[in-house]
Design a protein around this ligand. Sequence first.
Ligand code: FAD
Ligand code: 2HG
Ligand code: ZN
Length: 479
Amino acid sequence: MSQSVHVRPFRDLLDSGGVVEDPERIATYTMDQRQLFTGSTFAVLKPATTQQVADIVRLAAHYGIGIVPQGGNTSYCGGATPDASGRQVIVSLERMDRIREIDPVSMSISVDAGAILKNVQDAAAAAGLLLPLSLGAEASCRIGGNIGTNAGGLSVVRYGMTRDLLLGIEAVLADGTVVSDMRKLRKNNTGYDVKQCFVGSEGTLGIVTGAVLRLAPLPTRRATAWLKLAKDAPIAELLTLIHRESAYLLTTFEFMTSRSITLATEAITDPPSLGAGPGGAVLVEFASSSRHLDLDELMEAVLAEAIETGCVDDALLAQSGSQRTAMWRLRETIPEGEKRRNGSVKHDISVPLSSIQRFLDLAGSQVRSYDADLELSVYGHVGDGNLHYNVLVPRDVDRLEFTKRIESSLSLQLYDTAAALGGTFSAEHGVGRFKKHLLARYSDPGRIAAMRRIKTAFDPADIMNAGAIVCPMGGKSAS
Ligand code: FAD
Ligand code: 2HG
Ligand code: ZN
């Protein structure tokens, strides 16, 4: 089928703003966030309503055209990128970005799936509430993408991942059926929890068009501290102490090695000089909506106890909003710092918290014996047992070649180690196209069989994001 034959039926369905055919504009949608792979498509479709999404899906199914849903295209595993066949169309939700309703009493917000995360946070804040999902890409990623990847981020230790925030959903299935379940109920045990099927499904089961998200009281008090860790500080024990003593007010526990901090520092024009101890640094935050609590006092007491244990060499409690912002900026700029250098080979691993130190020790020796000259940038959401154990691409080498080499050798050793400790090769970034082979390598066959049955039930013809995660039963390969 020629390109124009592909696109014609969609042109009839959407207004002119709803079909992008210009190759230059298309190119901005077909390259993945890490610039590792460029796919191909004949058009980007931008529906404005759920009905249009359903019509697109029906047409695509009729013509045997594949669909790749896309939000902000900030994901790391190539799940939002079409394959090279040119037979998949991108459906971008960017025109569906409305805040539908805020219910301050039920503490919920209903939105279109194309709403930008930051805009949803702001709308909630304007109503005195918090959408407790926060990540470095929040100014570009969209709620449908957050649901598609089950995004985690910087406050999971207190509020959980996207999965934990989802109360209701609206989605279009692979045959155009609309699932309309935009309820804000906290309790609803009426059979299978269908909305949860879409969480982490990376566009392979349907297109999410709307969501109801759980909100929390907006913190009015915060205490933010930068802890410099002693050599070989037992991070999990430090976390346990801080968690226990924080009266459930701990919202963030972010670990950073000094190399990661330096990378961020180099990427900031006027960087704060916070530094790290020999064991790295941790950003800790307590937050509360109560005006009756003195969080600084609580944090000071907790930090004093942490210093007494010998885990922490030194701690700085933010004395002003700008000091707090500077601490956060340093943490959030690490991915940008890596990118500016020449990128990194990313390992988004998680292990049970009790094994985090063991992972760091074992992985460190694996890297040293693989190539003692390799540089690492290790940081992450240790409060959730999640480390970004990234290998920096040397400045003077070809990034793609280096990435390929590391991913086919050292990465597997690191993932083996995580797996042996009961961990995983993808904590929060998903599987997409890039990590499909890892799913086959590390997942229990029964689990993969169950996933393939779910895929088959939702999308037997493999219309929805074929090539990501798993294929249906009877498809080309085991996963
Ligand atoms: P996209 O990249 O557009 O899509 C992601 C997947 O979801 C794709 O498979 C796509 O097909 C599918 N999808 C998109 N929209 C829909 C829809 N409406 N219906 C069904 N499927 C859909 N991630 C974290 O978890 N934690 C972090 O801390 C974090 N920090 C980041 C920091 C930076 C600087 C960057 C660049 C990325 C970061 N990410 C992080 C990764 C990324 O931002 C998240 O995965 C995010 O949830 C992706 O949202 P998106 O809208 O960009 O989705
Ligand atoms: C973060 O925690 C993101 O900042 C990005 O998940 C991780 O770039 C990375 O490896
Ligand atoms: Zn992360």
